[in-house]
Design a protein around this ligand. Structure first.
Ligand code: MN
Length: 443
């Protein structure tokens, strides 16, 4: 039995607002799926963030359909759960659409039972536990949930839901043990010992760098694996890191340990990483003590960067009077580098930040907030429920009442808590900052 484990494709993302980056994400996912099909896998697992947003553009949807038709034509089933980026509380989501088209099989704790060739449903509380099935392998999963939804006081929803189950478990969460040295180290959803034991393979998504923990390390029954995203989503996943620091005097290039992009092919529950040829991504740290030094080094170091690459230049050092990034943009006009951007950590008064990337300026949560707010004003009323749901989740831990002991221990996603949001989150006065506004009245 052989399967592919592909996570966090983020189709539809147009990194740096560059259309060619949209194509890069599609290309990387296509390459992964094509490779899996070529390798003759029995099935494919997609544990979340197939799309970058829960309502992808028609173009992103078309591209996803086109790619998912490749395994379908070969009779290779695809099992999927939704991630934090593409989940929705709507009755009908884009995942339902893909399922209706016969392209994916959803697994999870769902409102409606499924009766596809590769699915089995059983009633559990008010919903259905839907599992995937291939031969004698069972594939369980649960879409992304916030920690407060999964760990409710003494009750661990995952352990209740999956007690005694065997096979594969798909989740879209950050597990602490594997989050070290990743952007998720401060935002873990689950501790290692909170994962339900008994599965032969834990197919995870959410962490965008490749991570693997063997049973000998964790004491669990199977490996826990994050393939990472097939394309680079952040400087921490850069293919190369270039440093040109004052003390060295010359630039140094090294490959980034976390720069490998790809997915897993898993045979008899043993994952083998398959690398994908993603676009080279250079993270260039240039240090200087004057604008002239920084400019000279940027020009010098630029010649080391391949033309097809994406490059993020981080300017560092202490410069009297500070620097303006606008004074650097002209420098590489003739360099031929596909896309480059400057960011600054230069210390000095009046640092101008005209062209700061979204990753640099906003934290993960703020980026997500803006994604939610980006819908057309005319459409906002339609998506207000989803927005409130998300907002409630983000702050749910603080607004949640003590869990009712009588309540069935299963993830609750709608109704109930919405009222609380309206009560808790409404601004009481002039907001000092978004965050303060949202947190208003909470410790
Ligand atoms: Mn993701």
């Amino acid at each position: 039995m052989k399967f592919a484990h592909i996570a966090d494709a983020h189709l539809g993302r147009e990194q740096f607002n560059q259309p060619f980056r949209y194509e890069d994400y599609v290309k990387a996912f296509r390459e992964a799926v094509e490779r899996a099909v070529r390798e003759g896998v029995d099935f494919i697992l997609i544990p979340g963030d197939l799309f970058h947003v829960s309502r992808p553009s028609p173009k992103a949807l078309r591209d996803a359909i086109e790619i998912l038709e490749l395994p379908r034509k070969k009779g290779i089933p695809v099992f999927a759960i939704e991630g934090n980026h593409d989940k929705t509380i709507r009755e009908t989501s884009v995942f339902d659409l893909l399922e209706h088209l016969g392209l994916i099989n959803l697994v999870g704790y769902l409102r409606e039972p499924r009766s596809g060739e590769f699915q089995r449903s059983e009633r559990k509380g008010s919903r259905y536990l839907v599992r995937g099935i291939f031969g004698d392998v069972e594939i369980y999963g649960l879409r992304h949930h916030s920690r407060w939804q999964l760990i409710r006081g003494e009750t661990n929803v995952l352990k209740v839901l999956f007690r005694g189950r065997r096979g594969i478990l798909m989740l879209h969460q950050a597990v602490d043990y594997l989050s070290k040295d990743t952007p998720y180290s401060d935002a873990v959803d689950l501790r290692l010992n909170e994962l339900p034991d008994g599965f032969s393979y834990y197919a995870l998504g959410h962490i965008h760098v490749r991570r693997l923990a063997e049973p000998s390390q964790t004491g669990l029954s199977g490996p826990i694996a994050y393939p990472g995203s097939p394309e680079r989503t952040d400087v921490r996943e850069a293919s190369h890191i270039v440093t040109y620091l004052s003390k060295d005097g010359k630039p140094r290039i090294r490959e980034n340990r976390d720069g490998a992009k790809g997915f897993y092919i898993v045979e008899d529950f043993q994952p083998e990483f398959v690398e994908i040829d993603a676009r080279p991504f250079y993270y260039v740290r240039v240090e200087g003590n004057s604008k002239a030094e920084l400019r000279r080094k940027v020009e010098e170091v630029a010649s080391l960067i391949p033309k097809e690459a994406v490059a993020v230049f981080m300017l560092e050092g202490r410069v009297k009077g500070g620097i303006s990034l606008a004074e650097f943009n002209d420098l590489l006009k003739g360099s031929g580098i596909r896309y480059y951007t400057f960011r600054s950590r230069v210390v000095g008064e009046a640092v101008s930040v005209e062209k700061v990337g979204e990753e640099e300026l906003l934290n993960e949560w703020e980026r997500e907030l803006f994604l939610h707010l980006r819908v057309e004003p005319a459409e906002f009323s339609n998506s207000i429920d989803e927005f409130l749901e998300w907002l409630m989740e983000s702050y749910g831990k603080k607004t949640e009442k003590k869990p009712d002991r009588q309540e069935k221990a299963a993830p609750k996603e709608e109704a109930g808590n919405k009222r609380e949001v309206k009560r808790e989150v409404k601004p009481a006065g002039k907001p000092s900052s978004l965050d303060a506004w949202l947190r208003r009245g909470k410790p």
